[in-house]
Design a protein around this ligand. Structure first.
Ligand code: ZN
Length: 311
């Protein structure tokens, strides 16, 4: 038997300040994706492997206006206080922070107050997608006008990770001491760009949660109303990580899937060590190891594209 949702019919009679506070509380806290991820690159798949999710769908959902923007004039006012779409044409953006790519996501909604900027781009895209400008300077500029911590993919720091079977080789050799590469002037420029900000999150793995919107929203994991389908959780927040992993496992157990994901949970310590090795090998910088922190990205896909259709 379905229990009807409780209704509160006196909302319109609340003082305007209280109503605005309620609407602001309902705003999603999103990961603002500057570009679209491509599943073959994110999951390091070869041509014969199937993908666990068509990720562009989750990026599309993540870039839509927040749900409260559709409720009434007052809620839309709140949604647009610091939110809107298209950042590339911002007249205030310095020329050297402009970056355009074939995976551009500039039509997406973003909000400078609760959102955190994220770059999906890595060297793995360069062969198949046009691009111009400096992606890191672009991200640093976006981060400077947002309050939340920016994030990048682990493979943005470690281009060799896109080579075939790189992750397996890395595991086989992780007990060996890394051999630092030469820190070139270009690398120094990159290190200085990272150091403009006090903290970064580095996505070590992407996990897709296939669930219906009402079920996902009820967990509260994807913001209050379920309209923040991309979440990045620091490795240090084990309790929250476990809640996401529990949900992902439950969703894969409930119905046969076309491609099972590796949902092995790594400890925060092992992720920190992995990240430290990558930074040391590629940048030889102790400073970067103190400002970069490992994290896991969870993406809610309500299209259920990984679920096998029973005949
Ligand atoms: Zn999917």
């Amino acid at each position: 038997m379905t229990v009807p949702a409780p209704a509160f019919r006196l909302f319109a009679q609340l003082p305007a300040e209280l109503r605005l506070k309620v609407w602001r509380y309902c705003l999603p806290h999103r990961v603002c994706e500057l570009d679209q991820p491509v599943d073959r690159i994110v999951f390091n798949l070869d041509d014969d492997s199937s993908s666990p999710c068509q990720l562009y769908q989750t990026t599309y959902q993540n870039g839509r206006p927040p749900l409260i923007s559709h409720v009434c004039r007052e809620s839309r006012f709140v949604a647009t206080e610091s939110g809107g779409s298209a950042t590339v044409c911002d007249p205030d953006r310095p020329l050297d922070t402009q970056w355009i790519s074939g995976t551009d996501n500039s039509d997406a909604w973003f909000d400078t107050t609760p959102d955190s900027p994220h770059l999906n781009w890595t060297s793995g895209y360069e062969a198949d997608y046009d691009y111009s400008g400096d992606s890191l300077q672009c991200l640093v500029w976006e981060a400077s006008r947002m309050s939340a911590t920016p994030s990048i993919m682990l493979t943005y720091l470690d281009p060799t990770a896109h080579e075939p079977h790189a992750s397996r080789l890395f595991l086989q050799t992780q007990s060996m001491l890394p051999v630092p590469k030469l820190v070139t002037p270009d690398k120094v420029k990159v290190i200085n760009a990272y150091k403009q900000l006090s903290a970064w999150l580095v996505v070590m793995r992407v996990v897709v949660v296939h669930a219906h919107l009402d079920a996902a929203a009820a967990t509260g994991l994807f913001s209050l109303l379920g309209d923040a389908p991309v979440q990045i959780v620091p490795a240090s927040d084990q309790a929250r990580l476990n809640r996401f992993y529990d949900l992902a496992e439950e969703c894969e157990r409930r119905q046969p899937v076309t491609v099972a994901q590796d949902l092995t949970r790594q400890s925060a310590d092992s992720m920190r060590q992995h990240l430290r090795r990558v930074i040391t090998t590629n940048f030889h910088s102790d400073e970067l190891t103190t400002i970069m922190h490992p994290a896991i990205m969870f993406r809610l896909c309500t299209r259920m594209c990984n679920h096998r259709v029973e005949i």
